[in-house]
Design a protein around this ligand. Structure first.
Ligand SMILES: *Cc1c(COP(=O)(O)O)cnc(C)c1O
Length: 375
């Protein structure tokens, strides 16, 4: 009897256990322990940044980025309509407005050519979110930001080790961020990182992560509001061990993606869109293996066949302008982003965690093949 195939599974076969035992043996479990600085140094090197500040999640990293850049009430922040809610939350909380951009139908990333028409005197920043496998076209985005003096936040949560024209994702813009959630290429269960080259921004991010304790004030005296977004030594120990294995992880994910692409080509005849393998800027890192169905009903049909066979799937992100929480606030009334909406409704991904075995992958492929044979 075959067990379930989870949509994500982790691989913890490097130094994770040894480093965790070191935490226990030395008694260092809080954010004060030495693995935090070692993990920060490893990520700074990976992203070719001067500063990397470890935090408790990718969402926390985005909250800090928005706050450190001084985004405030009345400001506008350009971001994709199709993304996780994380980049929008702190923007909305401070009373600023997310200004949305439709998606590129092939990469799923925001359509950079549509940005300039949305820039107004109130625009303060652009959030570039790399989605699922291929990076945002950063050069024209950065050129626009320079022309209009806008800040850039790079959400590289899914892109550890990916490059854009040979430059590492996580190295772009004023502030970039990673997530280390369990389904990312480097994971510590929950975790995140804020990266920057600017020492003033770095100092500000460090304060925001730690309740805005101020080195110039007595302990427990505060001049500003921050968060407790600290990462623990235990998490950093796992993160460092995971970072050491990134090359092998990326190779495995690419091989998995290529294998799926070859064996699922028949889905294209049925009107499905398989992930783009490469474009001028990069080869896909296949963070997850995406399928976009020709319509919503067909997506539901296939997902339920997979679930009957206990094969996990996850839907795509749901567009920001269609989020009930934002609609109830009166945001995005009457706005429509047709590509993003289609992705949100028709897209999903199949098991593609780094811990997935070839046997499990073959079961996913066989199940999809059965779903189209004869019946
Ligand atoms: C995972 C993810 C996040 C959020 O990271 P968490 O660590 O789960 O808070 C943000 N942006 C993107 C694009 C993501 O994929």
């Amino acid at each position: 009897m075959n067990g379930p195939v989870p949509v994500n599974s982790v691989s913890l076969h490097g130094n994770e256990q040894r480093y965790l035992e070191e935490c226990i043996r030395t008694g260092w479990i809080s954010s004060e322990g030495p693995f935090v600085a070692r993990f920060e140094a490893a990520i700074a090197e990976l992203s070719q940044r001067r500063f990397a500040i470890a935090v408790s999640s990718g969402t926390a990293a985005l909250d800090i980025a928005i706050s450190a850049l001084g985004i405030a009430a009345g400001d506008e922040v350009i971001m994709p309509a199709f993304t996780i809610i994380s980049p929008a939350m702190q923007v909305v909380r401070v009373g600023a407005v997310p200004v949305l951009i439709d998606s590129d139908p092939l990469t799923f990333n925001l359509d950079v050519a549509a940005i300039e028409a949305k820039i107004t005197p109130r625009t303060k920043a652009i959030v570039a979110v790399h989605l699922y496998g291929l990076p945002v076209d950063m050069d024209p985005l950065l050129a626009l930001a320079a022309k209009y003096k806008l800040k850039v936040i790079e959400d590289a949560a899914e892109m550890h080790g990916q490059t854009y024209k040979g430059r590492p994702c996580g190295s772009f813009g004023d502030i970039s961020i990673f997530s280390f959630y369990a389904n990312k290429h480097i994971s510590c269960g929950e975790g995140g990182m804020v990266m920057t080259n600017d020492p003033v921004l770095a100092a500000s991010c460090r304060k925001l992560r730690n309740l805005c304790f101020d080195p110039e004030l007595p302990r427990f005296v505060h001049r500003a509001l921050g968060w407790n977004y600290r990462l623990t030594n235990l998490q950093a120990a796992v993160g460092l061990a995971q970072a050491e294995q990134l090359t092998a992880t990326l190779e495995k994910k690419r091989a998995m993606g290529v294998y799926y692409r070859e064996r699922l080509a028949f889905l294209e005849d049925a009107g499905y869109q398989l992930p783009l393998a490469a474009n001028d800027h990069a080869e896909s890192c296949y963070w997850v293996f995406t399928l976009v169905a020709p319509n919503e009903r067909e997506k539901e049909r296939l997902v339920s066949i997979l679930h009957e066979k206990r094969i996990g799937t996850r839907p795509f992100f749901w567009c920001l302008h269609e989020q009930p929480v934002f609609q109830e606030m009166g945001l995005f009334a009457g706005e429509t982003y047709p590509v993003a909406e289609r992705l949100g409704r028709c897209g999903f991904y199949v098991p593609s965690g780094v811990g997935l075995t070839r046997d499990e992958q073959n079961r996913v492929i066989a199940c999809l093949r059965d779903a189209f044979s004869g019946s």
